[in-house]
Design a protein around this ligand. Structure first.
Ligand code: GLN
Length: 535
């Protein structure tokens, strides 16, 4: 039977529970264990798909087409866990299941209640990620202890711990030790309150991980231990990392967190091997080269909206021994200030995915600038659709060509709603989602990157290249280097006689890891570096 670790958070949100859970997963894998990670989100939305990036950050898509929380991205980047629709449960999803069972009469006339029906469903969700070969399941509870909406999940994990026995579960609580500048001291009271709240519910944390800007003293640790009823050796400091999130596991290793967890779970494993990880941190800290890449998007002002893209660029950098500096540009600013001014000196340009018309013309101008000036360009999802529009207007001379998402009455609808989307009226979970196969044409940038002809990548879109324009585009030199065999959908386009102009309908960023960059991101950064060295 798998052992279970539950990660809760206290005092404030955004403490980095996802990163902490992912780092713990990575450490356990380094001991040869097989882990699965999972997140519970206490909000009522059934999934993250209907939330906008300003609210929620990036929506992370799994192979099986679930639209999930971006913490799952950390899980996949740090570990080899499988992520699928069982890796992310929200209150909405749990209630949906319970209500539909009730409608089918499955509760045999009983009154349906939070305890036991909702909590039972939560316990089933925990079991759903376990399998015979899984050693440890790590479940992160979103939100903060004390939130009304988190209560059923906390009750669910309390019961689960009781059901499977003390030796099989570990409760890890992540908390904040605020630093007060005026008195130059770190305060432990909020942590005491937060642990107090947990204990009221019946959960005694086994390990406390304390986020702090300043190092904590032994004296402070013993105070926290005493008031929170944990051993002093179980108070772990998580000091802010200066440089990269990939350093977090090393912060834990220094304090022996993996050994502590294994001891508490009574597990014996092999010695830790993190040589590969140390290597990549070394490259990250002291790379040989540096490039600057512009990202032209709509949600640029938010740290989390393009999370996986930013990370994938860092990974591409690692493989090229290169630091990737990002110039984040608001697409609308290009409309008012011009591409030439804002993109001056960048070594490459990336236009990410998105929805809605705002900033579209700015993105198109940025793409035109990249194409005309032979600056390496990478378009992702909406980025590919914009590249199609740019090429239609300026090379094929299709005046006012557009996507029907933004101009339903355009004379040249070069991007249009997919056939299967036309009959859909519900917004939630109805896009073209998840992994689809793609056939790669030889002698293309795509083939050079992937080194194979059959790939699969994750999607999240409703609009698509309009196939009736295919021949016209080909005639003008656009290369269709990736096609989805089911439905003949265009997945990758490239521009001829350009150092590296590649745009994809899917989201390659979801499959990139620090230990293995996605081949397209690797080659994109390489082309940026080449372009820098040649100019
Ligand atoms: N809005 C576009 C579509 O739905 C692109 C989506 C995206 O970039 N993820 O097709």
């Amino acid at each position: 039977m798998a052992k279970h670790i539950f990660v809760t958070g206290g005092v404030v949100s955004s403490l980095g529970k996802g990163l902490t859970a992912a780092s713990i997963g990575m450490l356990l894998e380094s001991r040869g264990l097989k882990v699965r990670l999972q997140k519970f989100d206490p909000y009522i939305n059934v999934d993250a798909g209907t939330m906008n990036p300003f609210q929620h950050g990036e929506v992370y898509v799994t192979d099986d087409g679930a639209e999930t929380d971006l913490d799952l991205g950390h899980y996949e980047r740090f570990t080899h866990t499988i992520v699928d629709r069982h890796s992310n449960y929200t209150t909405g999803k749990i209630y949906n299941t319970v209500i539909s069972k009730e409608r089918k009469g499955e509760y045999l006339g009983n009154t349906v209640q939070v305890v036991p029906h909702i909590t039972n469903e939560i316990k089933e969700a925990i079991k759903s990620v376990s399998a015979a070969d899984v050693d440890v399941v790590i479940t992160e509870i979103g939100g903060t202890v004390g939130d009304i909406e988190g209560l059923p999940f906390l009750e669910g994990i309390r019961q689960f711990g009781f059901d499977v026995g003390k030796q099989n579960v570990l409760f890890i609580h992540l908390t904040l030790l605020p630093y007060l500048r005026a008195s130059d001291e770190i305060k432990t009271k909020p942590t005491q309150h937060s642990v107090g709240k947990l204990r009221e519910i019946g959960i005694q944390p086994d390990i406390l991980i304390c986020r702090t800007e300043k190092p904590i003293t032994e004296e402070m640790k013993s105070k926290i231990a005493l008031f929170c009823n944990v051993e002093i050796t179980s108070v772990i400091e998580e000091k802010d990392v200066d440089f990269s999130i990939y350093e977090v596991p090393l912060v834990f290793i220094e304090q022996g967190l993996d050994t502590l967890i294994l001891k508490k779970l009574r597990m014996r494993t092999k010695r830790r091997d993190i040589s590969r990880w140390r290597e990549l941190i070394k490259t990250l800290l002291k790379p040989k080269h540096e490039v600057e890449i512009a990202i032209v998007g709509k949600y640029i002002r938010l740290q989390d909206s393009y999370k996986s893209i930013y990370e994938a660029l860092i990974h591409g950098g690692i493989e090229n021994n290169c630091r990737v500096r990002l110039r984040k540009i608001h697409a609308e600013d290009i409309e008012t200030q011009g591409a030439k001014k804002l993109l001056k000196g960048v070594n490459a340009i990336l236009v990410p995915g998105g929805f809605g018309e705002r900033g579209i013309e700015g993105k198109i101008q940025a793409i035109n600038h990249a194409r005309m000036n032979k600056i390496p360009f990478f378009g992702i999802c909406l980025g590919m659709q914009c590249a199609t529009i740019e090429f239609a207007r300026n090379v094929c001379k299709m005046k006012d060509a557009h996507s029907t998402e933004f101009r339903p009455d355009t004379p040249f609808p070069v991007v249009s709603l997919m056939e299967e989307q036309k009959k859909i009226s519900n917004m939630g979970g109805t896009m073209r989602l998840g992994a689809y196969p793609c056939k790669i044409a030889k002698k293309t940038h795509a083939h050079k990157a992937y080194q194979k002809t059959n790939i699969a990548e994750r999607h999240r879109h409703r609009y698509e290249f309009t196939n009736r324009y295919l021949e016209e585009f080909k005639k003008h030199g656009l290369i269709f280097s990736g096609i989805c065999p089911s439905g003949e959908l265009v997945e990758i386009i490239e521009v001829k006689d350009h150092p590296w102009f590649t745009a994809v309908q899917f989201h390659p960023e979801f499959k990139s890891k620090p230990t293995g960059a996605h081949p397209l991101f690797r080659d994109f950064v390489a082309s940026a570096l080449k372009s820098k060295n040649e100019t």
